[in-house]
Ligand binder design. Structure first.
Ligand SMILES: Cc1ncc(COP(=O)(O)O)c(C=O)c1O
Length: 395
């Protein structure tokens, strides 16, 4: 990133422009509320993406996908950003990350194999895995929102005793606590997984969005984690969730298991999705760095806004991505904080309960928006809390 940032993607769009978007973030709750929930960013797209999609549309290039461009672009990106050597042969394009996770689970394990989750964690993990009929075991995070060796070992030992073999699905970096797992934490996970015969699946969709001072550690670069399987996408960091595409990435140890996925090639990721994600990874670097600069400023602004408007609430300073985790239990609100903020304050955050065990009383704030919208959102939340507290005092 250059020292003087000239382009500020998060300052570029007005509220009126954003309200014209037809995506879930801006439509679900209507115009009266400020939506800081689902993981979409309030940014214009990187120019190379717009050009690539525009070109495809002009050419009528909207047939089935072909070739390994996405995997090749990801390999270049992973090497440049993280010095992670990916062989494009070990990448498999799929529709999206959640579908990819279910495909990997089905490929590598039988129906009786349980899946360990690390809540509070991205809610749809639970929904998709349980819909597959899999048993889920929770290895709760530490109070600081980090991987917990005690709960992990307890769950892995249970599985080992049952003799089924098992899978652990992690979010690396972690949604919603914003934690970038360190190499030491991932080595601890890999060592425990090896000890108890557990296979690791690592969802690395948020990896490119690292805040200054923090680094992303790809699971496949961690000692002892060679059999791990990654599911990733350019969709979060380049705001392309509507242009469906994702990648499964395995190491040499997974080839035998994953090669069957090649056959699904033409019926997996959308061709336009692949075109847009490939352009993002190959040419979107400067735009991505500008977004990271704006997110870094916003995470500090949000820290001040939480202290000013929600005094007592505990803000987890994000190390990565654009989702901030806030423990609202000290505010002593009567009911679910996100529901109160939506109904009484006209501002929508994701409810902590969406992320499973340990999420109660928390909210997740999507701060990938303009500083003005973020400031107004927290002002609304603050005045809601003050009104609620006054009511309790008066009673
Ligand atoms: C950790 C994580 N994984 C997966 C997804 C969804 O990805 P996809 O739309 O590619 O299934 C999200 C979306 O926010 C996410 O935060």
């Amino acid at each position: 990133m250059t020292s003087i940032q000239l382009f500020h993607p998060l300052h570029a769009l007005t509220l009126t422009q954003l309200q014209q978007r037809s995506s879930a973030k801006w439509q679900r709750y209507g115009k009266g509320v400020l939506p800081l929930w689902v993981a979409e960013m309030d940014v214009p797209l990187a120019e190379p993406i717009v050009e690539a999609v525009h070109h495809a549309m002009e050419m009528g290039d909207t047939g089935y996908g072909s070739g390994d461009a996405y995997g090749e672009a990801f390999a270049e990106f992973a090497w440049e950003r993280w010095a992670w050597q990916v062989d494009p042969q070990d990448t498999y394009a799929v529709i999206d990350v959640l579908t990819g996770i279910t495909e990997v689970i089905a490929q590598i394990s039988g129906d009786d194999v349980p899946v360990v989750l690390t809540p509070p964690v991205y809610g749809p993990f639970h929904k998709y895995v349980s819909t597959m009929g899999r048993k889920i075991l929770n290895a709760k995070l530490t109070p600081k929102g980090r991987l917990n060796p005690k709960t992990l070992e307890a769950r892995f030992a249970e599985i080992h005793k049952a003799g089924t073999g098992g899978i652990v699905l992690i979010s690396n970096p972690h949604n919603p606590t914003g934690v970038s797992h360190t190499r030491a934490e991932l080595e601890m996970l890999a060592a425990l997984a090896q000890k108890y015969g557990i296979r690791i699946i690592s969802d690395e969709i948020h990896a490119p969005l690292q805040m200054p001072g923090h680094v992303f550690t790809p699971i496949l670069t961690v000692a002892g984690a060679g059999s791990a399987i990654v599911v990733t996408s350019a969709s979060k960091s380049f705001n392309l969730a509507g242009l469906k595409a994702a990648l499964i990435v395995g190491g040499k140890e997974s080839r035998a298991h994953l090669s069957a996925l090649r056959e699904g090639h033409m019926h997996g990721a959308s061709h336009l999705g692949v075109i847009s994600h490939t352009a993002a990874l190959r040419h979107g670097g400067p735009w991505l760095d500008a977004v990271i600069g704006d997110l870094d400023a916003n995470r500090h602004l949000l820290s001040e806004l939480v202290a000013k408007h929600l005094p007592g609430a505990r803000y987890f300073m994000p190390e990565s991505t654009y989702l901030a985790w806030v423990d609202c239990r000290p505010l002593k609100l009567e009911g679910d904080p996100a529901e109160i903020f939506e109904k009484k304050g006209k501002v929508v955050f994701s409810p902590g309960s969406f992320f499973g065990e340990g999420g109660e009383g928390h909210i997740r704030i999507n701060f990938a928006t303009s500083p003005q919208i973020l400031t107004e959102a927290l002002r609304r939340a603050g005045s809601t809390v003050r009104r609620a507290q006054k009511k309790v005092d008066a009673a």
